[in-house]
Design a protein around this ligand. Structure first.
Ligand code: GLN
Length: 336
């Protein structure tokens, strides 16, 4: 995957709490300075409007379970949430109908294939395998219980807004651009219907899924949304309970195995945190009980994950002691 140069930066163990705010701010600034010069990756262009994104944009936000924020760079820049919406819609649907129902219809295992794979569905006899790939996310959106499609959309919009702690809005230009080109997602929805995994009209559900992906957020919003999962389902900024503790736990579990698509294993190996990325260049990485990182930078690796975002998360996971699996002293510096 990639090496993270930790020369001179003490690595912390993951137990306990976040370092003091001053140290967090300092390490965020360092992560930004280290990776801002990176020129690797390409901006997504399969949704035509997205190719206009400025590749130099780079913002980081960290929000603790106490609600305090530290940010650097373009943390207030708006971009579309895209696939990151899948994590939060999954949580909302589990809250409504319980995780067993979603598990049964959608699954929780990694496909090992790209997020928009049709072959993954065929290979698994119509099972989407997990809610973090397009097939699973489309099936999950359709499972949001509601008396009508407009009530379903309201539940999704209102629920995601409660995670963010503010009213989110759709970027109509991105939505329309994707609606003109999302033939693949339409095919996936039809196939799901054919396999008996979609009870709603496939066209309407793809339209709704595309709209949820076009909601505008910032790196700050992603950090608040993630911190809500880190805080057992309570938004630490608004104090509002958005989902139950078990739902927050189940969502983080699925993110750990499937959040970074076919790179989820490598991500967990390098970074050790449940996380979700989107093709606009956003990443949210969650440290349960501590807080969450929101990152934004448009250039992506071949799996569709932000290059600078991944590097910054790897660096900060080590430096801030966020890795779930690191229970001891992790460098010679920290024993000194
Ligand atoms: N809306 C995008 C799609 O369905 C989301 C994909 C992503 O962010 N990986 O293709």
């Amino acid at each position: 995957m990639f090496e993270v140069d930790m020369e001179g930066v003490p690595q912390r163990a993951s137990t306990g709490s976040l370092p003091g705010r001053g140290r967090v701010a300092e390490l965020l600034r360092e992560a930004h300075a280290r990776y801002a010069p990176l020129r690797d990756g390409v901006v997504a262009d399969y949704i035509p409007v997205l190719e206009r994104a400025d590749p130099d944009r780079f913002g980081l936000s960290l929000i603790g379970v106490d609600g305090a924020a530290e940010e650097v760079g373009d943390a207030a820049d708006a971009f579309t949430i895209q696939s990151i919406s899948k994590a939060f819609v999954f949580a909302l649907v589990c809250e409504e109908i319980g995780h067993h129902a979603v598990h049964e219809r959608v699954g929780v295992n990694n496909t090992g294939l790209p997020f928009n794979s049709v072959m993954a569905l065929e290979l698994n006899l119509g099972s989407p395998m997990n809610p973090m790939v397009n097939a699973g996310a489309i099936a999950t959106t359709a499972m949001m219980p509601a008396p009508s499609h407009s009530a379903r959309w309201d539940a999704i919009l209102h629920g995601l807004s409660r995670f963010a702690g503010r009213e989110l809005a759709v970027d109509t230009e991105v939505y329309e651009s994707e609606m003109r080109t999302n033939t693949r997602n339409r095919a996936i929805a039809r196939l799901l219907e054919g396999y008996g995994r979609l009870d709603e009209d496939p066209g309407t559900i793809v339209e709704m899924y595309t709209r949820q992906c076009a909601l505008l957020v910032t790196a700050h919003d992603l950090a608040v949304m993630g911190a809500t999962l880190a805080d057992g389902g309570v938004n630490p900024v608004t104090g509002e309970r958005v989902v139950a503790e078990e739902v927050a736990r189940d969502t983080l579990t699925v993110l750990a195995s499937c959040g970074m698509y076919e790179r989820s294993g490598e991500w967990l190996f390098e970074i050790g945190l449940p996380a979700k990325s989107g093709v606009s260049g956003g990443i949210v990485a969650i440290s349960p009980g501590k807080g969450a990182l929101g990152a934004f930078s448009p250039p992506l690796d071949p799996a569709g994950n932000s290059v600078r975002g991944q590097r910054a998360c790897a660096f900060l996971s080590r430096a801030l002691g966020l890795n779930l699996f690191a229970s001891g002293v992790t460098s010679r510096e920290s024993t000194a």
